[in-house]
Each structure stands twice: as structure tokens, then as C-alpha cells.
Design a protein around this ligand. Sequence first.
Ligand code: AN7
Length: 359
Amino acid sequence: MAHQWRGVIREYIDRLDISSDNPVITLGEGGTPLVEAPALAKLVGAERVMLKVEGMNPTGSFKDRGMTMAVSKAVGHGAQAVIAASTGNTSASAAAYAAAAGIKSVVLVPEGKISLGKLSQAVAHKAQILQVQGNFDDCLDLARVLSENYPVHLVNSVNPDRIEGQKTGAFEVVDALGYAPDFHVLPVGNAGNYSAYFKGYLEDFNEGRVKAIPKMWGFQAEGSAPFTFGNPVKNPETIATAIRIGNPASYDLALSARECSQGQFGFATDAEILWMHRFLSQEVGVFVEPSSATGAAGLFKHSKMGEVPAGSTVVITVTGHGLKDPMWALKAEDGSDIEPTSVPNNAAQVAEQLGLSKN
Ligand code: AN7
């Protein structure tokens, strides 16, 4: 029987806050693979570690799960334009879904601080892009004010439709495994996704699909770690530009998710993030953007503190595709640029370069 994944709204319509006659704007998001990562399980001493590979979404990040909901409902309300503040992935997703809906998108990004891949997506989908002289937190403040005073519909994760769509990530994990993992690990910026996964697991628990809720572990970059320090960070800094966020929009929601799941927040340094970024590419075979390696980097760090019991099952959401921000893969551990060696069009010389001897 022919069957194509129909996107998260149609797949989970009876578990989402959207009426059946609302228009559905979809690009086929969700249905992403849960990939076994034995090398990572060995590294952290867990029984099983699996990656929920969200780079497989239509615009290359998890944002599409929330954006299909937010834009569908915006269209249902008759909106002609959506607005988003973004470190890059939200703007790429908002621009694509607005294009699919035939409405306008406006995106506000921190000047010089979003990756080229993400900027190119917003341009490709014909968003009106403004680079704000400020950081993400400034962009979000602006977007809120604009949406309150002008006819533009806010699609940041302060919009509950975004969280509602993103909770389907947890549904898919439970559908794939038949149970909930012991730990669910994520990188954290605004903490919208952390809160969304918790919501999904909680609903699965309340409806009897799982017997327990995973401990939710969220990790930030050291220079941008308000959950660790307990206060907003005024000038967040990290190479992980996607999570360069000092004043998380879903702060209170995430705190209650941590408490209810007996989870924790922590941080990884930029060096630890880049080390894990390389490990995931080289030892697991999954290419993610640096920010997306932050969850695994935090898990590794906390495993060294003895916090990962030997029999554990762990799911890590790797949030965005490596091609979003590819320059980091082209840097060696010492920071130097990696460039492939140039060779003449000659088999003997190519073999010599490769260190191969004739059989
Ligand atoms: C790859 O695009 O905030 O904790 O404006 O792009 O739900 O914010 C992106 C966030 C993790 C953090 N990984 O998620 C934006 C934006 C990647 C991201 C996060 C983001 P939240």
C-alpha cells in the first residue's frame, strides 16, 4: 500500500490543539529517524543512546514541527504576514512555511550572528529580512512589540502553537520505542523545545502510553547559560550561534518541566561542543550543526561525573543539520583550515598520495 508521511498535523490531528477544519500548511515535516549511536553509548557508558535526527526535517531543523502549527493557525485566523525573531533556524522555517501558505514573512536576526546557510534559506524563501543591531533577545523584544501593534502574526515559541507542534517529537520517540527513554537530552536556547518534549511525554504518560516520564536534561553553551546561573545573561557569547540566547522565552515553563521530570540543566564549553560535533560526524555518522552537539556534549560531561547509570536508555535530540553551518567541519582541532590535497589526474600519483601500494 502506498503511504507517505503526511506531516505532523495530519499524523497527530487527534492529539493536537487544532480543529479539523483549520487549513493545514505542511511541507511533510516530522517522521524523522531515531538513529542508534553505539559509539556514543560506549563513550558515556549507557546501554543505548539514540539520536532523534531533526536535521531531516524539510528546512533542516526541528523548528518545522512547530511552524506547521503556527503558520496553519495564523492562516486560519486570516493572517497575511508572520514575524519571527531568530538565531537562524526559526527564520528559515517561518520563511518556508509562509511561502507555502502564500503569505508574507518578516524576520529579525542579530546582525552578523547567524550562519550563512540559514540566512540563505530566509533569502531563498523571500522573507523580508532585517539584521538588527543587537542580539537575539533584542530581536525577540522587537518582534513582540511589532506583533502587538501591527498586523503581523508572531510565530516565535512564545506562541503556544509552536510548542504544541514540537511536542510531536516526543510522540514519535514513544511510537518508535514503545516506551519512554530514561533520559531525554536536548540543547537549550529559549527552552521551547525542552518544554515541548516534556509536554509530549507528559501527555503520553497521562494517556497511559508510557509508564514514566524521562528525566529531561537540557544543556546550554557556557557563555550563554542562564539556566545554570539562574539569571538572564546580558551579553551571551558562544560559537553555537543558534543557542546564543541570554533571556530564554520559555524560562518558567522549562523550570517546571525540569522539576516535574527530576531533570537538570547544565552547560558545555565551546571546545566541548566542537569536540562532540566532530565525534558525532566521525564516530556516529551524523552531521549536525555545532549547537546541536551541545546536548551530547553535556551528556558526556555529566557521564564523567558518574550521572549516567550503566543500564540507561538515552534519546538525544540533535536539532539541526550540519549543512546549516558547515564551516566548523572544515576546521581542524587546532583551529587551522582543512583543505583537500590537490592531485593530478593520474592513478599512480593518486595512489601514492593515499599511501596505497600495488596489489
Ligand atoms: C539548532 O532559530 O532560537 O531551546 O531563533 O536552532 O527551543 O530555543 C533556535 C534554537 C537548538 C534551541 N538547536 O532551541 C531560532 C532559535 C538549534 C536551534 C535550539 C535552536 P530552543
